[in-house]
Write a protein that binds this ligand. Structure first.
Ligand SMILES: [Zn+2]
Length: 97
């Protein structure tokens, strides 16, 4: 048995069933209260709805990085991330009742 055939088969979007393209993306994840960016992650992106999927190996590698607490040896650089808020009137406070 081999998984080669499955890997070569076109990957269809699980959300809308559309065709996907192989691309390299940046993935953002939270590590505790710190935002972490992972570069050059191979993904399948849906041509229709832009949903992103990892293949099995990539998903495992990302999980290992996260479960290892994002080891410093894999860090490329630090960046500063601007934080925004929606304009007044857009956020409707939830009723606590
Ligand atoms: Zn889709």
């Amino acid at each position: 048995m081999t998984d080669q055939a499955a890997e070569d088969a076109p990957f269809l979007c699980e959300s809308c069933g559309g065709p996907t393209s192989k691309k390299v993306a940046q993935v953002t994840l939270w590590s505790g209260d710190q935002l972490v960016l992972v570069e050059d992650v191979p993904v399948h992106i849906c041509d229709k709805c832009q949903e992103q999927y990892y293949d099995e190996h990539t998903g495992e590698a990302v999980l290992q990085l996260a479960s290892g607490g994002f080891p410093q040896e894999y860090k490329v650089r630090d960046i500063t991330v601007p934080v925004f808020r929606l304009p007044d009137g857009v956020i409707t406070p939830q009723s606590e009742d």
